[in-house]
Structures are given as C-alpha cells and as structure tokens.
Design a protein around this ligand. Structure first.
Ligand code: T1G
Length: 674
C-alpha cells in the first residue's frame, strides 16, 4: 500500500499520506507527494487540491531516522517548492502536530485549514537543527519576526487558534470533520487568484525584536549552536530575496547537521523513547489500573511526588506521622501551586483542582484503597522494612508498593513483605515535581506488569522513566559518587571548590559538584556527631555549614542565595590538606575533566556490564534528565564516544583508575557506546 494515495472529489484532488506512526516525511512520502503534484498539474479537470494525513497527525516532520544516511530524492525543499509553484491552489488540512517539515509543507501550500486541537511548530532547534525546508524564510514572511524567532529558536509549537491569529493558518475546521471542511474550503478558493504564496511576501525587518529576543534568552541558549543559527536565518529573511534566504538557510542547516551538537540532541530524542521500552517486558503487557495513589511522607520529596499525580488529575492520599508535619507539607504544596499560578505557568483554578484531589491523613490504614503506594520516608533500611511490613497488611491485593529510596536495596525492602512481585523502586529527583527523571528500580522479583505499569504512569505524570537494576546508587547516583570522590580528592591537592565547579559549569552543567552539594544539603548522610570530624564535610557540618539552607556550605550565600567563595572553607580545606600530607600543586582544568568525568564513564561501563542499565543510551537519559547534563553533549556515554574511548582509557590509567573491562574492550576494538 503506497504511503501516498489520491482520490478525486469532483474537481478537487485529495492527496492523503498514511505513514504511521507520525506521517514522517520519509523518501516514499516525498516521492508520493511529488508524483501527486505532477498528476494535479497534468489533469485539467482538477481545479484544486487538499493535502491531508491519516492517523493521529499531519506530517510531524522530516524522518529523523534518515539523517546521516545517503539522501534519497526528492529533497523536501523541492517538493514544497513544487507545491507552492502549482498554478492550482493547494490546501493543507492540519490535525495533530504539524511539526518541522510538516509545518513547512503546510506553509508551502497556498492555504491552511486546521482543527482547533491541532498545533503547528518548528521544533528542529530541539534537535540541534533549524527548519531546513523554508521554515525560517516563510514564517517571518507570513507571521513576522517576533513569532518566527519564538517558533524557530525556542521550538515550542503554537495552537491552531494562535496560528490563525498570526496568519499562519487561514481557517479553523470543526473537530471531527477536517476532511469535509478542507474539501469545501478548496472548492471555495478553487478559482481565487492570485494564489497566495508565502515566498512572495516581504518579511518586515525588526532588529529590536531580534535584540530583545537574544537578550531575553541568553542564559537559555548558552552553549547551544542551533538557536543563534535560527535567529540568523530569521534575520536573513528580512533582508534577502527568498531564494537567497533559502540558500542562507541551507548553509546554516548543513553546518548544524554536520555538527556534534545535533548528533547529540538527535541521540537523546531517540534514547528517551528507547528508555521507555523494557527488553523482556512485552509492549502489550496488561497494565494495572492506577486510580488512586498513596504517598507516605509529606516532606520535600513526598510533597513533590504527590504534586506530580495531583497535576495529572490522579487523587492522592498523603500520610504523615504528626499533624504539624502534615499541615506543613500540604501547605508547601499549595504554596508551590500558587507560585506556579502567579507566574502564569498554570491556570488559577488548577490550584484548587489539584489540592481538591489531595487527602491528608495521619493513618496508614487510609491507604487501603490505593492502587499505588509510594514511600518517601527517612533513608534507613530498618525504617523502610518496618513500613513495608505494615503496608503488606494494609494495602489491597494488587496494589503496587514503591520506595523512593535513592540507593537502598529494593530486594531487601521487598523481603519485608509477602508480595515482593508488587514491590518496585520509584526514585524521583529533587525537586520531585520539577525534575523529569524517574529511575524505576527493578527488584529481582518485581513483576513484569508492575514494571510496565510504573513505566506507563511515569510517562502519564510527564516523567522520563529509566529502568535500573538494584545496586548502591542505581545508575545516576552511583556515577555521581565517582565524581564527588574525585572532586573531594582534588581539594587535597589545593584545588578549590569554585575552580572545580567552574570547569563543570563551563562544560554546560547547571552547577558543579560543590554547588550541588550545597543545594542538596551538605548534611545529607552526615552522622550528626559534631565532635567527630573525619572529613571536610564533617568539619563544615559541625560548624553549621549545611549548605544553601543555612546560607553557608562550601560557599557563603547572601540573602538571595548568591554564592561567594568562603575564606573559612578555604581554611578548613587547607587544614585537611596539610594533615593529609599532600603537596599543594596546580590543578589544570583538563585534569579536573579527566578526574571527574572519566570515572563517571568508567562507572557507566560497569553499570552496563552488570546489567544495571539496559543500554548506554539509558545512562545518557539519566544524566540529561536527572542532573542537567547539557543535551548538546548527548549524555556521558555519548560524550565518551565523541571524546574518544581510547583517550578516556589513557586518562583513567594516568590517574590510577582500574579501567572497566567493557570500556577497555570497546576502546581497543574502536567501538562506541550505542
Ligand atoms: N522522524 C522519525 N520518527 C519519529 C519522528 C520523526 N520526525 N517523530 C516521532 N517519531 C517516532 C518516535 O521515535 C516513536 O517511535 C514514534 O514516532 C512515536 O513518537 C527538514 C529537518 C510527533 C509530538 O522534531 O515531537 O523536520 O519509539 O513516542 O509522544 O525542517 O514524536 O514508537 O519506535 O514521540 O505521541 C522535526 C519529533 C524533525 C518532531 C509525537 N520534527 N517528534 O509524540 O509519540 S526534523 C520533530 C515529536 C525536520 C525539516 C527538519 C513527537 C510527536 P517508536 P513519540 P508522542
């Protein structure tokens, strides 16, 4: 069955794409569109055409799987040029997500009609690219510079109604009758002349809009190549004739396509989707129904975890031991929602809607009707085992019992119940209502339908779930600990927290090891014995330097939590260095990269070899969504490929590390992590 079919509705030619799952504009689709346009031109009885798609969406873009392969004609630009050059009007009938090349095909048509639920956009920048088939040239001509900048350089789609207001769409169809409305629209304009062509319009220069946009987004764009290229193309559209503008766009597109950043961002696009699949759990596994969730603990984590479900419209029963803790926790949740509403991130009515789904209680027995229960109590094995023993007696049959532990052994926790198959780890990252990563920790006995259900509910609450095996620290924190150990060791040779952190922020991380420690709390895991000072961390904690929350940690903080190097910390470090007998010496930025990032890759190789992660790309997803690894570097394992595995092995050996066999083997064979 051809992916492009055509039919005649009287004198209207209906061209339909049927290329699941998202009508990506692969070679067969382009060839079919090209042939259909020739047929339209060659048949006098045809007066106009409609281009539409079957399935859930209008073309959702070029076929990203084709990138990097030998090009197969016709190129998308040629197809779009042929549509626009047609002397018979062509109407784009838009539903779903008309994205990237799909948006560009629509803009090459003379008219566009969309159902109200459709969105249209050019998200190529999120793949480290730019719209390479005229999007940067036609959008400014149809809708002006400001919207073109927003669509191209930020990449978020806009709803059909807004697109209509902006002049990108001509008409809104009735939901459920797009095809009929599109054909009627084509009949209506079949003889209208001149045919409106975006390429023939002028894009009004707006240098101020460009400057304002750059200034407003400087922080967001830091380190990325693609946003600036998108901006340059939009600017070119305001001063170059269309063909020259298209040549400029092509030149900029190819530069990005050939660059590492786009390869990294496309890698993460597919890696995120692969991570959702569990190799030995069939995709059609029947899921357990999750109608109601129980959360134990109303602290920072419990409150954040609860918000994820409440925001998705899922009722939550939240349990605390003391009324004041319960009130404090629910108060923080309300404050968070109200803060989001004040910033316009959610509608005001969403606050009451979410809080209205929350049932605070002091009794575990109130969890008896929950389908999923997540504990976020004190990180102590005995505490958790005792709690799971109680839950075993309270929870209904089939309820999923999940722990938010960040490193404790799920199998041991499961052993405290009579239903280990229902026990799983759901490790959220703080702040749990913000960070997208969810490590789904698979116990030895965790049932397959429990895993499938937790992966699905993870996606439903807008998380990016990644399966981890049971090992200390799972995937992310196990690698993080390697980084922290190395960073602490370099303090003992005279490196400073700010020097080490700067190497990481220059690399593209949102913060370095010590800034992160201050944010999370230097006192996490501290033995709380002020008289016992065996490490720099002990010394800081003993002096109340517990991090940002105490306006002092590795850094001093002002009332706005702005950090500054601390002379007191420098003294503490110097005392420990002197005691350690290590000579003070210069530490180069290169050494900091080698000593903090290479061991992370080494640990990632061990995690892979032990089967604690299904894929190297899963490890990349963990670091992008759990720790803010710069997406334009593709995650630690992708970055290792670009750094060169042999170089990493040599660096590890230079610094006395034992190289993971899998890493060594790949380096020797010249292989890469997939
Ligand atoms: N090409 C190839 N496969 C794609 C694809 C694409 N453009 N988009 C999605 N898929 C696959 C995806 O990998 C998954 O596969 C399945 O479709 C369902 O996707 C010249 C250069 C459309 C909003 O960036 O944003 O056009 O895992 O799980 O959550 O200027 O997919 O099932 O095997 O994401 O409902 C620009 C990318 C491309 C849009 C649907 N377009 N896609 O979300 O499903 S570059 C994009 C999305 C370009 C031109 C330029 C989303 C979606 P599998 P999914 P979803």
């Amino acid at each position: 069955m051809s992916v492009i079919t055509t039919e005649r509705q009287g004198d209207i030619f209906v061209i339909t794409s049927n290329n699941p799952p998202v009508n990506a504009l692969g070679a067969a689709v382009r060839q079919g569109l090209d042939a259909a346009m020739d047929e339209l031109a060659g048949d006098e009885s045809l007066k106009a055409a409609v281009i539409r798609c079957e399935g859930r969406t209008f073309f959702a873009g070029a076929d990203i799987t084709e990138f990097g392969k030998a090009p197969v004609g016709p190129d998308l630009r040629q197809v779009i040029d042929k549509i626009e050059a047609s002397d018979k009007p062509v109407v784009a009938a838009i539903h779903g997500t008309a994205l990237g090349g799909g948006c560009e095909v629509a803009l090459g048509c003379h008219y566009r009609i969309a159902i109200p639920s459709a969105v249209i956009g050019t998200p190529e920048v999120k793949l480290g690219l730019l719209p390479g088939a005229g999007g940067t040239q036609r959008i400014p001509r149809l809708a002006g510079v400001a919207l073109a900048l927003q669509m191209n350089a930020i990449g978020d789609p806009i709803p059909a109604a807004k697109a209509k207001e902006a002049g990108l769409i001509d008409r809104l169809a009735t939901e459920g009758q797009l095809a009929e409305d599109a054909i009627a629209f084509a009949r209506e304009i079949a003889y209208a002349r001149p045919l409106p062509r975006a390429s023939e319009k002028q894009a009004k220069p707006d240098p101020q809009a460009i400057e304002d946009f750059k200034a407003k987004n400087a922080r967001r764009f830091k380190g990325f190549d693609a946003p600036a290229a998108n901006i340059a193309c939009v600017e070119a559209a305001t001063r170059l004739p269309f063909e020259e503008g298209m040549a400029f766009e092509r030149q900029e597109f190819m530069k990005l396509m050939m660059g590492v950043q786009s390869a990294a961002q496309r890698h993460i696009f597919f890696a995120e989707r692969k991570a959702a699949k569990i190799d030995d759990v069939p995709e059609d596994t029947k899921l357990r129904e999750i109608r109601k969730v129980g959360v134990i603990g109303a602290g920072t984590m419990g409150g954040g975890i609860s918000m994820n479900f409440l925001s998705a419209g899922i009722p939550v029963t939240i349990v605390e031991m003391q009324q004041d803790a319960l009130d404090r926790g629910t108060g923080v949740m309300r404050k968070n929602y109200e803060g989001s509403a004040a910033k316009g991130r959610i509608k005001p009515e969403a606050v009451e809607k979410a809080m209205g789904l929350l049932t605070p209680t002091l009794s575990l027995d109130d969890l008896a009707d929950c389908d999923l229960i997540i504990e976020a109590v004190y990180e102590n094995m005995e505490v958790k085992k005792e709690l799971f023993g109680k839950l075993d007696a309270i929870a209904k049959p089939g309820a999923i019992l999940a722990s938010n532990t960040s490193y404790l052994n799920i199998d041991e926790i499961a052993s405290a119940t009579s239903r280990p198959g229902d026990v799983v780890g759901m490790h959220f990252f703080s702040p749990a209502n913000v960070m997208k990563l969810l490590e789904v920790v698979r116990g030895a006995k965790t049932a397959k339908d429990v895993l499938a259900t937790v992966m699905a509910i993870g996606k439903r609450i807008k998380k990016v779930p990644v399966v981890s095996g049971v090992c200390p620290g799972f995937i992310g924190n196990r690698m993080l600990s390697q980084r922290q150990q190395a960073a602490n060791a370099m303090l003992m040779q005279g490196a400073t927290p700010q020097q080490i952190d700067k190497v990481h922020t220059d690399f593209g991380m949102p913060m370095g090891p010590f800034q992160m420690s201050d944010l999370a709390g230097v006192d996490i895991g501290w033995h709380r014995d002020e008289s016992r000072i065996e490490s720099i961390r002990d010394a800081l904690c003993a002096e109340g330097r517990w991090g940002q929350k105490k306006q002092a940690g590795f850094y001093d903080y002002d009332e706005n939590r702005r950090p500054s190097p601390s002379p007191r910390v420098a003294e503490i470090i110097e005392e420990f260095r002197a005691k350690s007998g290590n000579d003070k010496r210069d530490t180069s930025d290169e050494e900091i990269v080698e000593r903090t990032l290479y061991p992370m890759v080494n640990e990632g190789a061990k995690i892979l070899a032990e089967g604690m992660a299904q894929r190297a790309s899963d490890i990349d997803v963990v670091w992008i969504y759990g720790y803010g690894w710069p997406v334009y570097r593709g995650g630690p394992m992708f970055w290792a490929n670009t750094e060169g595995l042999a170089k990493i092995v040599a660096g590890l050996e230079k610094h006395g590390y034992e190289v993971a066999p899998l890493l060594k083997e790949k380096a020797e064979k010249g292989e890469r992590f997939a």
